[in-house]
Design a protein around this ligand. Structure first.
Ligand SMILES: Nc1ncnc2c1ncn2[C@@H]1O[C@H](COP(=O)(O)OP(=O)(O)OP(=O)(O)O)[C@@H](O)[C@H]1O
Length: 955
């Protein structure tokens, strides 16, 4: 069933099939000569299929020759031609009327009866063809006759021979007799018989002309039958079936040795044998399959009969043999040939010659079929591809869902921080909002630094610490410049934008100390190369004593400090013009010297990165970000202890460099923060890293009153500072990214309102402060946090700090919430088997456990130093440790913070850790440190990119 022109047509396609050559063997009777010489018959057909050698074989002959041969048919000497035709050739010969080529061979030695057999078969076949035509008159048959002879490897057309009566006929074509069998001719059987007789006559003529050489030539009578193909193609009368039947009378297959020794005869025999030998070779090869080369071209005979030998034809071979004993050798060769021939497979196909119309139809059918196949083929792969794509997309969706969950956590956490800052600022400076409103630069609500010239004309200063969350892609070169291990993206940054100061506000004139390190220069050079100059410098507390922070290695390259008239130690404000008095920087920054003139830097160990930018509108902003040099400042107490322990035995100078500040420089930032035992902490630092500069730094912490402190500013342990506004300047917190532009805080609040899923943004201190629910909520949060500390192996020092610091004040809610979320995130991350990166370190649950063990060991070492013998023994007794037990100190330390359900135990543990760590009044610690610190403990819950994304998604 095929579709043509949109119609389905059922067409009987002519088909052929593979089949073996039909091989039969025919014995002739002993002829007169054989009888005369008393030759005997050695062969006998014992059945329709088997012929045997009657005489007994010698032992040697038995090993060489079989005595019995089986074929499709065997015909005895008494079998008439009719039966040989009927049983050995008819079916195959008549295939021609169905459009299938066919060939009837007669193979055998000379005088074995080939001609005798083929004459009878040809006559009967033609008679049957005639009968068939008579019964299928509607098919309009055309018969074409041709006869050829192959002699000495030359082909002759027997029908064009001189004197042939066929030449006189009108429908004669050279070498072919064409007889259109019309009603008239079909009625004239005699006429058809005449044709046959003509052919026979022609053959006789050929024989005559060859001077009795006919037995040494191969003669082929070919009858081509053409008829309409209506039987196969329905109404299409123009297409035809064309097939030929070949009647082949081969030359004798005797050996060359039996030919005349005369030269001519020898040559003739060679040629005969050439065709016969090639025929034998072809048959033998074909009997073994068609894989190898078949030498059809090696002889004329095989070339002409190529399609009949293993090709598109049905073939029957009748092997004739003499029964005489004297010809036994030739007879065996004939049987051997017949045995090979019966293995040959042919594949006769119906030969359909399509008319143009039928050809078009056929092509259409083929196209329709191919299109169907293509459609199916497209459907199948598409389906499989779709499945694969769906699976891939599903995985991607799952992955994105997880990322979204993480980002939501990060967003909430970041907003918690922002809210905390905002609330702190509002609480401590009620006039801040009002001052913000009177900003002179309403068009650009973010804070900016203008050129010095313009600063002169400025009439106000607005300092707005802006939570920048580390996205600095406003100029692409930023990113390129920060491909180092700096993880400024990891932590929220503040962008401090300082607009022009007011000339009438001299109290706001900035007085910054300036220190520029080599790292800074390199970074600045990077910025210089960018189209948008972004200057990253170190900005510090504007305190003249900052030069003390310089260590010996740095002091050589430190720039000159310019105080702009301010005396060291003078309380100055952070807001306003930042002045730079550094020759090196001025040279390097000659192209933008106006920027440097207003910049103040601090030494790397104490620095926050302050990024000064040219903005498209000509303004500049200072951005505080983390730098490599302030990386140490990001470390927590526990990290500090851990690091100190790690560096035991290493250069103490290195220790001093790495562990100089946190949380101690944070103490420095807060005037209210004074440890009773701070001296012990400092002593510890000196003991661990007896670097003079570091010691000086620590010693200066209390001695120096930061201008930030004067403004109620504070610095988070995360490495950036937030200043609480005081009357006279304006401070507000904001949350923005450089790439997305700036948005007013109000818009962020809108976001909060629209996304009320954050309990932090929904809850306010007032909410808890005015509610009796807060104490219970605090206890719940505290208990969960304690459990999370345990689950996340958080530093005991951190726990202690936090526990002692947040004791239930309603304002603590934000820090409790932040801590809770941070720990939850951390726990989930560890539970999922993920890693976290903190300051370039990969943190896992295992590594956190290891760090906690080290911290306990470190604390264990400090027991003897920090506690008296009596205190220690009392603790052992109270905690159920035998006084003479091995490793009793370590057992004691291991018990610290071990029972999360016993708040008395927790409180006692905190007291012990505080004493061991040397900070016994942590309640005086600035609480914002925890609210803003993402790196407390050993872990950093946010990764650079995820945090960045989370911020972008929020904006
Ligand atoms: N089955 C048969 N019954 C009676 N006579 C036969 C039979 N087969 C062959 N003959 C006779 O044997 C003689 C030789 O036969 P034929 O000419 O057909 O042999 P051939 O194989 O064609 O020889 P060549 O190879 O020389 O052409 C003929 O006189 C023929 O009449």
């Amino acid at each position: 069933m095929v579709v043509v022109d949109g119609r389905e047509e059922e067409v009987q396609e002519p088909t052929g099939c593979e089949e073996r050559i039909f091989v039969s063997v025919r014995l002739r009777p002993l002829n007169d000569k054989e009888i005369d010489r008393h030759d005997v018959s050695d062969w006998e057909c014992i059945s329709d299929n088997t012929i045997i050698y009657r005489n007994g074989l010698s032992v040697s002959e038995k090993s060489m020759y079989p005595t019995s041969y089986t074929f499709d048919r065997v015909f005895s000497s008494k079998c008439p031609n009719r039966r040989v035709y009927e049983e050995g050739a008819k079916e195959i010969a008549l295939s021609v009327v169905r459009g299938i080529n066919s060939t009837i061979f007669a193979y055998g030695q000379t005088s074995s009866g080939k001609t005798y057999t083929m004459t009878g078969i040809t006559e009967y076949a033609m008679a049957d063809i005639y009968d068939y035509i008579q019964r299928h008159k509607e098919r309009e048959f055309i018969l074409k006759f041709s006869a050829m002879e192959i002699y000495n490897e030359s082909v002759r057309d027997l029908l064009s021979l001189e004197g042939s009566p066929l030449q006189l006929r009108d429908d004669h074509e050279r070498g072919t007799v064409v007889v259109k069998l019309t009603e008239e001719t079909l009625r004239d059987w005699n006429h058809f018989k005449e044709l046959l007789s003509i052919c026979e006559a022609q053959r006789q003529i050929g024989e005559t002309s060859l001077n009795e050489t006919s037995s040494r030539s191969h003669q082929i009578l070919r009858v081509t039958v053409e008829s309409s193909a209506r039987e196969f193609l329905g109404n299409d009368k123009s297409s035809t079936l064309v097939a030929s039947v070949n009647f082949v009378d081969l030359a004798g297959s005797e050996r060359a040795s039996q030919t005349s020794s005369a030269c001519a005869r020898l040559k003739e025999g060679c040629h005969i044998n050439r065709s016969l030998l090639t025929l034998g070779t072809v048959i033998r090869k074909l009997s073994k399959g068609k894989n190898g080369h078949i030498p059809y071209r090696d002889s004329k005979l095989t070339r002409i009969l190529q399609s009949s030998l293993g090709g598109n034809a049905r073939t029957a071979i009748i092997c004739t043999m003499s029964p005489a004993q004297s010809h036994v050798e030739q007879s065996r060769n004939t049987l051997l040939f017949a045995s090979c021939a019966k293995e040959v497979i042919t594949n006769g196909q119906v030969n359909l010659v399509l008319s143009d119309k039928a050809l078009v139809k056929q092509m259409q059918r083929e196209m329709a079929r191919l299109e169907n196949e293509l459609r199916i083929a497209r459907t199948r792969p598409t389906s499989s591809i779709s499945d694969a794509l769906l699976r891939e997309k599903d995985l991607e969706i799952e992955k994105l869902k997880k990322e979204v969950a993480i980002l939501i956590q990060q967003r909430d956490l970041a907003w918690s921080v922002v809210e905390g800052i905002r609330q702190t600022a509002n609480n401590e400076s009620p006039g801040a909002e009002k001052l913000v409103k009177v900003s002179s630069d309403s068009q650009y609500p973010k804070l900016r630094v203008r050129d010095r010239d313009s600063l002169d004309s400025a009439n106000s200063i607005i300092v707005r610490p802006v939570l920048s969350v580390g996205v600095r892609s406003r100029c692409p070169s930023d990113i390129q410049s920060f491909t180092s291990e700096e993880n400024f993206l990891q932590l929220p940054d503040f962008k401090l934008t300082i607009p022009r100061p007011s000339a009438s506000s001299p109290q706001l004139s900035p007085r910054f100390s300036v220190f520029v390190g080599s790292t800074l220069r390199q970074e600045e050079n990077n910025y210089e190369n960018s189209e948008t100059p972004c200057k990253e410098v170190r900005c510090i507390d504007p305190n003249s004593s900052m030069n003390r922070y310089l260590d010996s290695s740095f002091s050589e390259s430190r720039p000159k400090i310019h105080h702009d008239g301010s005396s060291p130690g003078e309380n100055t404000t952070i807001s306003g013009v930042i002045e730079v008095d550094n020759e090196d920087i001025s040279k390097q920054e000659s192209k933008s010297s106006d920027l440097n003139k207003n910049m103040v830097f601090e030494p790397p160990e104490k620095a926050y990165l302050c990024q000064l930018k040219h903005e498209p509108y000509g303004c500049r902003s200072l951005r505080f970000t983390r730098s490599r040099s302030c990386k140490a400042s990001l470390m927590t107490v526990s990290q500090w202890i851990e690091k100190a322990e790690e560096n035991d035995g290493t250069s103490p100078v290195q220790n001093a460099k790495d562990f100089t500040e946190r949380p101690y420089n944070f103490h420095r930032k807060s005037s209210a923060l004074k440890f009773d035992h701070q001296g012990e902490a400092e002593e510890f630092i000196r003991n661990e890293s007896p670097n003079s500069s570091t010691s000086a730094t620590v010693n200066e912490l209390n001695a120096v009153k930061s201008p930030l402190e004067s403004q109620s500013s504070f610095t988070s342990a995360a490495g950036w500072s937030v200043r609480v506004p005081t009357p006279g300047n304006q401070i507000s917190t904001d949350f923005h990214t450089s790439t997305r532009g700036t948005e007013e805080m109000s818009s962020n609040h809108k976001y909060d309102n629209q996304h009320g899923d954050s309990p932090v943004t929904n809850a306010t201190p007032e909410t808890y402060g005015s509610s009796s629910a807060w104490p219970s909520e605090f206890k719940r949060l505290q208990k969960e946090i304690i459990e999370l500390w345990r689950d996340c192996n958080v530093s005991l020092v951190h726990r202690t700090y936090f526990f002692l610091l947040f004791k239930g004040d309603p304002k603590d809610y934000i820090y409790m919430e932040v801590e809770h979320r941070r720990l939850s995130f951390m726990k989930n991350t560890f539970t999922d088997g993920h890693k976290m990166v903190e300051n370039g370190r990969v943190l896992t649950r295992a590594s956190s456990e290891k760090a906690l063990r080290r911290e306990r060991q470190k604390l264990c070492q400090r027991i003897s130093k920090k506690l008296s013998k009596v205190e220690i023994e009392n603790l052992f007794r109270k905690w159920g440790i035998e006084l003479n037990a091995k490793q009793r100190r370590l057992k004691l330390v291991n018990l610290l913070w071990s029972d999360c359900n016993d708040m008395e135990h927790i409180a006692e543990s905190a007291a012990i850790v505080a004493k061991l760590a040397g900070f016994e009044n942590p309640e005086k610690t600035f609480k914002e440190m925890f609210g803003l610190n993402f790196t407390l403990g050993q872990h950093t819950p946010m990764r650079h990119n995820t945090l960045k994304r989370s911020v972008l998604s929020m904006l």
